[in-house]
Design a protein around this ligand. Structure first.
Ligand code: ADP
Length: 445
């Protein structure tokens, strides 16, 4: 509105000024034409007085055009007879040979436009005044001014009203979108915004909000599932401990029974400790609070070290345990976290490979990365389970892996650590024949 008001005022001002100029120029041209009639009559210098009177009489053709010629003393020498005596002006003070225009208010006649000039007649020079009325011009200009003064606010009000109406109409869907978005709470994440036209800006905005709600819904579902799984996993060992304790209290026990009971309670406690530790790791990872150091890690010796730790487990099961490694392959990262990755992978390989099987570790380099493969000849994973193997709490065979102390968190922790190191982890498997896990990490040369 403000911008429009400024433009309209500037436009109105321009119209007024141009019109006033055009009207004044027209009047000046009339005055000049009257004067030029006198100037071009070269017979004037002869019968001066008669010809001057003749010229003045001829001016009558122009309505409202009056003329006064003064003599050397400043007295009126000749003039238009129709001019009332009260309207006769004193001679112009500084009349020059060049015509000059100006406005004055004359008694009886009102505002007049004057042309003053000095005319040579024979050997004498005479100041001459030509004047014509400005009343009509002033009236026209006043009318235009009134029209403009009324039109500018009217246009402003009208365009403001239309603008407001259009803006309301255009923004109503935005408000609608806002209301509907406000109604979508954590409990109603299955709702979506209606998209009227997917090709306009609002449609695209609605689509973007819908996509965001979709992502939120997936995250919420995942969090809920995670919480439910975590509670379930925590409850199982707790229930076991409780049952064991109840049994211990219900009847008198021998020393052997006591030791057995306390042993299994300790086992459940170990399980709980491992589980809470893993949950904490994942929760910190989700919150982005894992403090990961950026050390030069010799991956070869790190993996060799982990292999040495788990070798007794493999040997206890009668597995072939092989390691082939290129020397000193370095990566940038957190040694303790990377240890956990390979511990989890080797622990799985040993856990899920029956006796007389083989677990093999290979470390080698490619131009940009270090590759570590952990392969076994174990039970393998069916193709339909492979895509979900890195999901939290996902276990191919729940009862069996739980019995083996598995929580279903090992691979997801390994994945989040590898990804945080800028690497990748992949699992391939052949059911009944074995599994291979490939970890790739960016090399630090
Ligand atoms: P868990 O602690 O139960 O081992 P993981 O996340 O490490 O959890 O593994 C998820 C599931 O993937 C396991 O329960 C198991 O069924 C399957 N799995 C992982 N590694 C292997 C393997 N090397 N061979 C066969 N199955 C495996």
């Amino acid at each position: 509105m403000l911008a429009l008001a400024v433009v309209l005022l500037a436009f109105a001002g321009l119209v007024y000024v141009l019109l006033a100029r055009a009207l004044y120029q027209q009047i000046d041209r009339t005055l000049l034409a009257g004067f030029e009639q006198l100037q071009h009559d070269d017979r004037l210098s002869r019968g001066r007085e008669e010809r001057l009177q003749y010229w003045i009489d001829e001016l009558k053709e122009h309505e409202n055009l009056f003329c006064i010629v003064y003599d050397q003393e400043g007295k009126v020498y000749q003039r238009t007879h129709e001019l009332a005596t009260e309207s006769v002006l004193p001679p112009p003070v500084a009349a020059t040979a060049e015509p000059r225009f100006y406005d004055v208010t004359v008694p009886i006649l009102g505002r007049q436009r004057l042309l003053s000039v000095r005319v040579r007649l024979g050997d004498q020079e005479y100041p001459v005044l030509l004047m014509t009325s400005l009343v009509e011009v002033d009236r026209e200009l006043r009318q235009v001014l009134v029209a403009l003064v009324m039109a500018v606010p009217a246009v402003l009000v009208l365009s403001g009203g239309i603008g407001y109406f259009l803006a309301r109409k255009a923004l109503a869907p935005v408000d609608e979108l806002r209301c509907r978005t406000e109604n979508i709470t954590a409990e109603r994440l299955n709702q979506r915004l209606p998209i009227l036209n997917p090709h306009d800006e609002l449609g695209r905005l609605g689509q973007t909000i819908n996509d965001m709600i979709g992502r939120l819904e997936r995250s919420f579902t995942e969090i809920r599932r995670f919480t439910a799984d975590a509670s379930h996993e925590l409850r199982t060992p707790l229930t076991a401990i409780r049952t064991e304790a109840e049994v211990a209290l219900s009847k008198p026990l021998t020393l052997d029974d006591h030791q057995q009971l306390l042993g299994s309670i300790l086992e459940e406690c170990d399980r709980l400790t491992r589980l809470t530790g893993q949950l904490l790791t994942l929760a910190r990872d989700d919150a982005g609070r894992v403090r990961q150091s950026q050390d030069h890690v010799d991956l070869t010796s790190l993996v060799q070290n982990v292999a040495d730790t788990v070798r007794p487990l493999a040997e206890a099961k009668g597995l072939d345990f092989l390691l082939s490694a290129e020397e000193s392959l370095h990566v940038l990262g957190d040694g303790a976290h990377l240890r956990q990755v390979f511990y989890n992978l080797l622990d799985n390989a040993i856990k899920y490979t029956p006796g007389k099987g083989k677990v093999e570790i290979r470390i080698w380099r490619e131009p940009e990365r270090v590759l570590v493969t952990v392969s076994d000849t174990g039970i393998g994973i069916a193709a339909e389970h492979l895509p979900r193997i890195f999901d939290r709490f996902y276990r191919v065979d729940g009862a069996r892996t739980r019995a083996q102390g598995g929580t279903g968190l090992g691979l997801s922790i390994a994945q989040s650590i590898v990804v945080a190191h800028g690497g990748s982890i992949e699992m391939t498997s052949n059911l009944g024949h074995g599994t291979t896990c490939v970890v790739a990490l960016p090399i630090k040369s």
